[in-house]
Write a protein that binds this ligand. Structure first.
Ligand SMILES: *Cc1c(COP(=O)(O)O)cnc(C)c1O
Length: 278
């Protein structure tokens, strides 16, 4: 396997991380997960723009221009012959003697990107999944796709330990998002999801779902969903680059649409898949 390290494609075995990389020591960096469908990198511009934004919010400058990066990512996909899969990429603030303070401008950001297996969970997309809720203990800049994922990691593990697929975070009574997914609830044919502010990561899949909804004639409303009102909704689903549109059939002890994916969810799933084949 070839890995993109800064501006070079190198063998997996040659790729080494410095012990004083700030990503390693502080989680001081940002990342993206991108899907490859049929050899094409899906929504690459959106992902690279978001990477740049996340980095910018942390005052990390990307080591090179987005256009160059885009070409390098496409090269990475082609040299590794990725047909259907994913690309993981991350940028850290760079390597310098451990100190909370940012290093000087002589230290440049470190970029790494490589293919990861990523397969559409087709069976679960049909059956739907069960999730649990938990307090959102993360910081207040969830809009940054930061390498600091402890709150997310803890929540995902808690879900697995409880035999659930995902944890849905609740902050001050408001449902925000999942540990690695965005959250949607459907009532009377309208899709509701948390506004794209500092309390959620604005998923690229989320943006594409809005587009798919429009194509399918389904209204979408960005508003806070109270955890105490979850029972009023007809259907629920979650999304991410990897799982696309994933029906949720149970939250904690409450089942939705008789334990099966609801009709609006299925409609959106279909409309989303149509965007992939355009
Ligand atoms: C990455 C991520 C998502 C989903 O974003 P996509 O761009 O759709 O993959 C949602 N929530 C969190 C916390 C994430 O890290």
């Amino acid at each position: 396997m070839k890995i993109l390290m800064n501006d070079e494609l190198i063998d997996r075995e040659q790729a080494k991380v410095d012990i004083e990389d700030r990503g390693y020591q502080f989680g001081d960096g940002v990342y993206e997960v991108i899907r490859v469908y049929n050899g094409e990198v899906f929504t690459i511009d959106e992902h690279l723009e978001r990477l740049k934004r996340s980095a910018g919010e942390l005052k990390i400058s990307l080591p090179y221009e987005l256009e160059t990066l885009k070409n390098r990512i496409r090269e990475l996909v082609s040299v590794n012959q990725v047909r259907d899969g994913g690309i993981y990429m991350q940028v850290t603030r760079g390597v310098s003697a451990r100190n909370h303070l940012f290093p000087g401008s002589d230290v440049s950001a470190q970029l790494a990107a490589y293919p990861i297996p990523s397969k559409r969970p087709a069976e679960l997309q049909k059956s739907g999944v069960e999730v649990m809720t938990a307090e959102d203990i993360r910081w207040k800049r969830c809009d940054i796709k930061s390498l600091n994922l402890l709150g997310n990691v803890m929540a995902k593990q808690a879900a697995a330990d409880a035999g659930k697929y995902e944890t849905i975070f609740v902050r001050d009574g408001v449902v925000t998002e999942g540990s690695s997914t965005n959250f949607y609830a459907v009532k009377d044919g309208t899709v509701y999801t948390h506004p794209a502010n500092h309390f959620i990561l604005n998923g690229i899949t989320r943006l594409k779902i809005m587009e798919a909804c429009q194509n399918a004639g389904v209204d979408t409303v960005e508003k806070e969903i109270m955890a105490s009102e979850l029972g009023q909704y007809d259907e629920v689903f979650i999304s991410s680059t990897t799982i696309e549109v994933m029906p949720v059939v149970k939250i904690d002890d409450r089942s939705y649409s008789e334990g099966r994916p609801g009709p609006i969810t299925l409609l959106i799933q279909k409309a989303f898949r149509e965007l992939l084949t355009d």
